[in-house]
Design a binder for this molecule. Sequence first.
Ligand SMILES: *[C@@H]1O[C@H](CO)[C@@H](O)[C@H](O)[C@H]1NC(C)=O
Ligand SMILES: *[C@@H]1O[C@H](CO)[C@@H](O)[C@H](O)[C@H]1NC(C)=O
Ligand SMILES: *[C@@H]1O[C@H](CO)[C@@H](O)[C@H](O)[C@H]1NC(C)=O
Ligand SMILES: *[C@@H]1O[C@H](CO)[C@@H](O)[C@H](O)[C@H]1NC(C)=O
Ligand SMILES: *[C@@H]1O[C@H](CO)[C@@H](O)[C@H](O)[C@H]1NC(C)=O
Ligand SMILES: *[C@@H]1O[C@H](CO)[C@@H](O)[C@H](O)[C@H]1NC(C)=O
Ligand SMILES: *[C@@H]1O[C@H](CO)[C@@H](O)[C@H](O)[C@H]1NC(C)=O
Ligand SMILES: *[C@@H]1O[C@H](CO)[C@@H](O)[C@H](O)[C@H]1NC(C)=O
Length: 462
Amino acid sequence: MKTKIYSTIIFILLFAQKVRKTEGGCSYDRNLRQCFCVLDDFVQISTIISCVQASSIEFNGGTFIDSQVFDHLDINFVLNMITVPLTKISFVNVVLSEEFLAAFINLISQVPVNLLSFENTTFVGQSVEMTMTSPPRILSLQFINTSSNPLIQTDSTFYRFGNWMSILISLTVKKSQLKGVPCDVGSLFKSLSTLELSENLLTDNNISSMFCKDAFPNLQTLNLSSNNFSHYDTICQAVSRYNQLRHLDLSLNDFSEKSYSSCEWQPSLSHLNLSFTGLEQLAIKLPPLCEVLDLSHNKIEFLNISLPKLIELYMSYNRLSTLSFMDQIPLLETLAIDGNPLRLSQVSQIKTFQHLRSFKGDGILYTCSCSLTKEMKELSNSGLEIQGWPDGYTCNSPESFKGKLIDNVNLSLFECHTQLFTTIICIITILLCMSIIFCFVKICQSNKTRSQCMEAGNSNCV
Ligand SMILES: *[C@@H]1O[C@H](CO)[C@@H](O)[C@H](O)[C@H]1NC(C)=O
Ligand SMILES: *[C@@H]1O[C@H](CO)[C@@H](O)[C@H](O)[C@H]1NC(C)=O
Ligand SMILES: *[C@@H]1O[C@H](CO)[C@@H](O)[C@H](O)[C@H]1NC(C)=O
Ligand SMILES: *[C@@H]1O[C@H](CO)[C@@H](O)[C@H](O)[C@H]1NC(C)=O
Ligand SMILES: *[C@@H]1O[C@H](CO)[C@@H](O)[C@H](O)[C@H]1NC(C)=O
Ligand SMILES: *[C@@H]1O[C@H](CO)[C@@H](O)[C@H](O)[C@H]1NC(C)=O
Ligand SMILES: *[C@@H]1O[C@H](CO)[C@@H](O)[C@H](O)[C@H]1NC(C)=O
Ligand SMILES: *[C@@H]1O[C@H](CO)[C@@H](O)[C@H](O)[C@H]1NC(C)=O
């Protein structure tokens, strides 16, 4: 503790003369343990002294080109004082030279960092040959909306950080116009388990070289959302050999053209997202042990799937018109079927899923019979979570209730038991008729007896 305070004082004294009086610098939020730096020039970095306790540091704005800046700074004082691992170092809205970056990474190579992130960053300058003292202790890397992707370009400085890439756990390159990852680059990422490449320009053409034989041998989570893929089968062929792959996000690609596929998935794949992919029919193989399947916002009319492990199924906004054939998903706990042209007249259709815990069914066509309205209300009060209830759960028929919320429909005793009432009325009518006839016959008979009696001239007849 004493040495820490001592070195802090020395540090401040050392830099008191060097720091130029400018706007900006670093400020520390004690509660969030965040350090926020706005620097025009990296020389101002000395103000980071206030942040030695921070768990995350953000450099926002500025242009950092000159790597020699580190020669004049004794930043090691600060670095030596950082005892806790940093959760995140991020560069946002900056212009960086790769040379500067390489020097920076070298500088912090002894500090454990969970995530190094670049957002809205323009990389400039030429790559330089550089030697690394030891690989940095950074586990995850993120590039979001960056002008280039130095890490995966073979002509970049980063490419020579080969032994570092082999310890990276997670890599994100998002919104960065990425067209592909060369095979030999992919094979450097020996430990990588999470690869996020969403919102880029990846196409079917490049995918097989990207996932070539040695590339990303430990892949577990792969996000290919919002790219330019057009064949489900091609993707399946390219990644189906990954036997540790658990999460695959293929949402927001366009598979409407041809969705037939016989490619088989590994049993490890448990989460598959195929939402917003224009799928019309499921002439494709789904992962056999899938647990979470998102098929929402497609054009699927008919679902005949048998997935014994499926727990969550999202089918919102499709063209489903029936729930039959969905009885081969015995463990289903979450079902979303909102926004389908589906007629539901009996709650028992929902209750077939015995383990159901969460249901979303607004915007489908409810036939508001007595039992349906009553049971839906009961269901909403039971342990089952009905998402969005009561809004959006409206009657489609009978005509008199069209557009009304199920929750607001109060059918009278008579309306609910029309059949029973009809039967009772019929029986009463029949009974009434019978008794009338009976009486009539009786009266006739007594009249007859009387007249016979009269004819006989019996005076005791009346
Ligand atoms: C991407 O980053 C640039 C600066 O590098 C910025 O001007 C642009 O608005 C950002 N775009 C998005 C979509 O974030
Ligand atoms: C990146 O730029 C976009 C557009 O200018 C902005 O909306 C976004 O907030 C920026 N990102 C960060 C982390 O500042
Ligand atoms: C494939 O990726 C490479 C870069 O790795 C790129 O130069 C090429 O244009 C891509 N090809 C297609 C067809 O997109
Ligand atoms: C994949 O990326 C998209 C877009 O960035 C994001 O919305 C989605 O949550 C990601 N999926 C997973 C499984 O992380
Ligand atoms: C990628 O898809 C977007 C929209 O889905 C489209 O505008 C763009 O032209 C496509 N780019 C390529 C290279 O196919
Ligand atoms: C599937 O992807 C879509 C679009 O990226 C996203 O909105 C949705 O939350 C994802 N579904 C699941 C179950 O994560
Ligand atoms: C549903 O699928 C099973 C097996 O895949 C098949 O035997 C059955 O005929 C299908 N049912 C319909 C109605 O298509
Ligand atoms: C329907 O009945 C319930 C209680 O039985 C009552 O709370 C609700 O206000 C009634 N709604 C209408 C529209 O009459």
